[in-house]
Write a protein that binds this ligand. Structure first.
Ligand code: SAM
Length: 267
């Protein structure tokens, strides 16, 4: 374990923006460097609402997790979980059902350091420093084996992450590998950057050029990730329209349409 920690914490690269730290910038966090803030400043030129987009995503994460616990799902695999912020998955889930268990998976060394500190006193939650593109390794991980009962429904969270996988990394196959490992009644929860406006296409170019990832998929492509599962209402929609808890304007802005999401149940 010590060896693994050294490997990950020595890997913090402050010369290039990281996905986790750039996301921390738009969530008004403090765990980021100048290079991450410079990247976000470039995106802001195309989508001035990018800070709001991050908030829509976090609000959707909260609504989605509460929905899943209401469905009786109390164990979660949060893949690409990000740096700890407010209302993290385990806090939302354990507020509704204190017995809820969460395994966070992320490959950013900063996430590992902060995640361990946050979770030190929560025995129903763990953070795994691994690459989610290797489902077999994640599923075989000790923390997953100990906390997640694969005979009971699991909430598989791929929130704000699949757009960071290129097509040639087989994101569809990766989603299917996780869903094949969990039983019927498990839920798949995805949010994703969407090719929904000229601004989103321009943002995609900036993400690819400056961050190296960022594939803004069509609604059809995002929906295809749910293959083999039944989408719950209202399906794959702009985030503010997924079971909103507050009034939604009739016409959505570019930022409100920048990410789409949905939740589906495994048959
Ligand atoms: N899921 C959180 C949310 O929606 O609020 C965080 C989303 S953040 C935009 C994406 C996270 O995925 C980052 O923390 C990044 O480090 C992580 N990530 C990116 N590629 C990954 C990979 N191949 N394996 C594991 N984590 C990855």
């Amino acid at each position: 374990m010590a060896e693994q920690t050294d490997k990950w914490t020595s890997a913090i690269d402050t010369t290039r923006p990281s996905i986790a730290r750039a996301y921390d910038v738009v969530l008004h966090g403090k765990d980021n460097f100048e290079v991450d803030r410079a990247f976000v400043a470039e995106i802001t030129k195309v989508v001035p609402e990018i800070y709001d987009v991050a908030a829509y995503n976090r609000q959707m994460l909260g609504r989605g997790v509460r929905f899943l616990v209401d469905q009786g799902v109390t164990q979660f695999l949060d893949l690409g979980s990000g740096l700890p912020t407010v209302q993290n998955t385990h806090q939302v889930a354990q507020e509704v059902d204190p017995a809820s268990r969460v395994v966070y998976v992320d490959n950013d060394p900063m996430v590992l350091a902060h995640g361990r500190a946050l979770l030190a006193e929560n025995e129903r939650t763990a953070v795994v420093a691994s690459d989610l593109r290797d489902p077999a390794a994640i599923l075989a991980d000790k923390a997953v084996q100990e906390l997640i009962d694969l005979d009971r429904p699991v909430g598989v969270l791929l929130v704000g992450i699949l757009h960071h996988l290129h097509d040639d990394e087989d994101p569809q196959g990766i989603v299917e590998a996780y869903m094949a490992a969990v039983p019927s009644g498990s839920h798949l929860f995805i949010t994703h950057f969407c090719d929904s406006s000229p601004e989103s296409r321009e943002a995609e170019q900036k993400y690819l050029a400056l961050l190296g990832t960022g594939r803004f998929r069509t609604v059809a492509e995002i929906t295809a990730f749910f293959h083999g599962c039944d989408l719950v209402e209202p399906g794959v929609v702009p985030l503010p329209l997924w079971r909103p808890e507050t009034a939604v304007p009739e016409e959505l802005t570019v930022g409100q349409r920048l990410m789409f999401g949905g939740i589906a149940v495994k048959r």
